[in-house]
Write a protein that binds this ligand. Structure first.
Ligand code: GDP
Ligand code: MG
Length: 436
């Protein structure tokens, strides 16, 4: 958040072409923002060096600074690869979910199962957290909600035996994927590490994921490193990368732990999991939104034809109020709404402010809906028609003041302008693949 919030100010420090002093000033502001956002001090140093040199190389200026900044952040996040889910050559792909207590293991197990299920995979989850009282029940409920099979054995006290039996079931019944939820501890302790090692040896998983709570900042980097050293991890899933997280933790983990970031959790609901795609994260970190991610997420929920229409419209800058209304109606199916807002260029900087509010019933949205419902269908399609007398009519019809009407119209115009700019400037690879 602190990077997103201060990036404009940082860039504006650069006043003139080739002004070295102003570049230094921007770099030192950037340093503050990085440290505030929990970017590891070593990572910060490396990044600042690279950004300073890179900018000087192509010529000091605001655009070049942002260009280099984006490139370097992306480079850091991509350094160890980032391949999402990897299937083993012979199913089932067995994945061991590890992490501290409360980091989001059980929720993430469900989210991953859901992710794989929507990709037509046959998934089994196994409840191997026998530490916490309600842990098995929690996974049962999650599995039921996403209609995924679960293996548990409430008579068994040994998680290793459960994991082993779950794997046998997965093999015998031809599951594509087995996800094993394990117990965590409040802090790292030997007993936990031993248990995980034993499970690992018993079932020989294809992947060990470490679920890191991004709200824990620097601690997330430290514990991930310990897990890597003690049991070996193949990837990190960053949970709770929504709301109050200081986005820098992704950079720290990527550069200090040196394992690939595979997925991010961006809310409490089952659809709130995304493949970790560095340039998208960077765009969001810099408050530029994420049209690719938005399009992808929408296309999984709405039909492909609609998604294509919408993305084309955004590209052409023709996204209108009708499209907006339709999107609002579909958004409820997309998981946490503030995570969606974070992907919309021009609105992304609003995401932190939304916190846990009920977006659909928020004052803002009720106002926008009131405004739109007072517009004729021609006006919704073409907001440029809105001259003062039409605005007055809409103001009367919607119960909004003319100032409010103007404000919303202006916000909408800015948002669609930014969306168009961003989509025509690149970062569209994912979208283009999807459209082709
Ligand atoms: P575990 O002890 O590691 O299994 O953690 P849980 O899966 O039980 O999650 C702990 C809490 O974190 C729960 O309240 C989850 O709803 C919440 N949580 C997990 N992932 C996310 C996320 O990506 N975003 C948010 N906001 N909350 C999450
Ligand atoms: Mg759990």
């Amino acid at each position: 958040d602190s990077i997103t919030g201060s990036i404009r100010g940082i860039v504006n420090k650069i006043r003139h072409q080739d002004d070295v002093t102003s570049l230094s000033r921007a770099i030192s502001e950037l340093k503050k923002a990085f440290l505030k956002a929990d970017v590891h001090h070593k990572t910060t140093k490396e990044l600042l060096n690279a950004i300073e040199i890179g900018t000087k190389n192509i010529g000091i200026g605001q655009d070049n600074f942002i260009k280099v900044l984006k490139e370097e952040l992306t480079k850091t996040l991509t350094a160890n690869g980032n391949q999402g889910f990897v299937f083993s050559s012979t199913p089932p792909t067995v994945v061991l979910m590890t992490g501290l207590q409360g980091s989001g293991k059980t929720t993430t197990t469900g989210k991953l199962a859901n992710y794989l299920k929507t990709r037509k995979k046959k998934v089994l989850v196994a409840a191997c957290d026998l530490q916490r009282l309600a842990a098995v029940e929690q996974l049962k409920q999650i599995a039921a909600s996403i209609e995924v099979d679960i293996y548990f054995d409430e008579g068994e006290k040994n998680p290793i035996k459960i994991a082993f039996a779950a794997k046998e079931k997965a093999i015998k019944e031809h599951y594509d994927v087995l996800l094993i939820d394990t117990a965590g501890r409040l802090a790292i302790d030997e007993e936990l590490m031993e248990q995980l090692k034993d499970i690992k040896n018993a079932i020989n998983p294809n992947e060990i994921f470490y679920v890191a709570d991004s709200l824990t900042g620097h601690d997330a980097t430290k514990t991930a490193t310990t897990f890597k050293e003690k049991i070996g991890i193949d990837g990190v899933i960053l949970s709770k990368y929504d709301g109050d997280t200081k986005g820098g933790v992704a950079l720290s983990i990527a550069s200090q732990v040196e394992v690939p970031l595979r997925f991010i959790g961006i809310g409490e609901k089952m659809p709130d999991l995304e493949v970790f795609i560095p340039d998208r994260i960077v765009s969001r970190l810099l408050g530029l939104g994420d049209i690719d991610g938005l399009a992808e997420k929408t296309s999984a929920i709405i039909d492909e034809k609609k998604a294509k229409e919408v993305t084309k419209k955004i590209k052409k800058g023709e996204f209108n109020f009708n499209d907006f209304l339709e999107q609002l109606q579909m958004m409820s199916k997309l998981g946490s709404l503030k995570s969606i807002i974070g992907m919309i260029p021009g609105l992304s900087s609003m995401a932190p402010a939304l916190k846990d509010m009920d977006f659909e019933n928020s004052k803002e949205i009720i106002r926008i809906k009131a405004l739109i419902s007072s517009m004729t269908s021609k006006e919704r399609e073409n907001p440029d028609l809105l001259n003062p007398s039409r605005k007055k009519r809409i103001s009367l019809g919607s119960g909004l003041s003319e100032v409010q009407v103007n404000k919303i119209l202006k916000q909408f115009k800015n948002a669609s302008k930014m969306a168009k700019q961003l989509s025509s400037k690149g970062g569209m690879k994912g979208l283009q693949n999807m459209l082709s």
